[in-house]
Design a binder for this molecule. Structure first.
Ligand code: ADP
Ligand code: MG
Length: 212
């Protein structure tokens, strides 16, 4: 067994099974470097190029933290666009396929808000969404984030480019300070550094330059 084997990590058997069923034979570099810290509950700031497997990295960390019998939103993933939120939701669902009763809801614009409000009546364990629609639900009191244990900012550099910084801070303010925070980015401009200082607590910083 190499250190790149998913089975070298303290992962639930259900997650090892889904990783295998997806045909992921070994961890990519970013997964190998970030998962031990994430699974240990640390805040992580991870920079790695597109296509390096960042989604599965945070998805496995997030799914490890969900208590399926606690009917609250325990994980929040913010993405820059609807397309990305849908891709992330798909990957989390694929990795959760052997875990019983995990409810995930994708909250993006372009979908009637009434349907989302109905779906939120039973709080999903995981919310993946774009900042605008998540903020909209917070303002309507249709989404509660006070039980969030893990927050993920995916493609944080793109969210900053799109001008979502203040929206992100407004959303983060509604989550407990005791949460674990993970920030993923393909680039590392000064603005990411500044955002990380406001949101992350003594993060482990990981930078992967190689392909895999
Ligand atoms: P990023 O978010 O870093 O741009 P993605 O998370 O979208 O990259 O991953 C890119 C592709 O790699 C996806 O199709 C995903 O299913 C696949 N992938 C992720 N982890 C592994 C792995 N350990 N082994 C093989 N393929 C993987
Ligand atoms: Mg990605």
């Amino acid at each position: 067994m190499t250190t790149a084997a998913f089975s070298s990590l303290p992962l639930l058997p259900e997650l090892l099974q889904s990783v295998e069923s997806l045909g992921y034979q070994q961890m990519t570099a970013i997964q190998q470097q970030s998962l031990p810290s994430m699974l240990a509950g640390k805040d992580v700031l991870a920079k790695a190029k597109t296509g390096s497997g960042k989604t599965a990295a945070f998805a496995l960390a997030l799914l490890s933290k969900i208590d399926p019998v606690s009917y609250h939103t325990q994980a929040l993933v913010l993405c820059p666009t609807r397309e990305l939120a849908e891709q992330v939701s798909k990957e989390i669902r694929a990795l959760a396929r052997f875990m019983a009763n995990i409810k995930l809801l994708t909250l993006c614009g372009g979908t009637p808000i009434g349907h989302q409000i109905n779906s939120l009546e039973q709080a999903p364990h995981i919310v993946v969404g774009t900042t605008g629609r998540v903020l909209d639900h917070l303002q309507r009191n249709t989404l509660a984030l006070n039980k969030v244990k893990i927050l993920v900012l995916d493609e944080a550099d793109r969210m900053l480019d799109m001008g979502f910084e203040e929206d992100i801070h407004q959303i983060v303010k509604k989550t407990p300070n005791t949460r674990q925070s993970l920030l993923f980015s393909a680039t590392y401009p000064d603005a990411i550094q500044a955002m990380s200082q406001r949101i992350l607590q003594t993060p482990v910083v990981i930078e992967v330059e190689t392909e895999h």
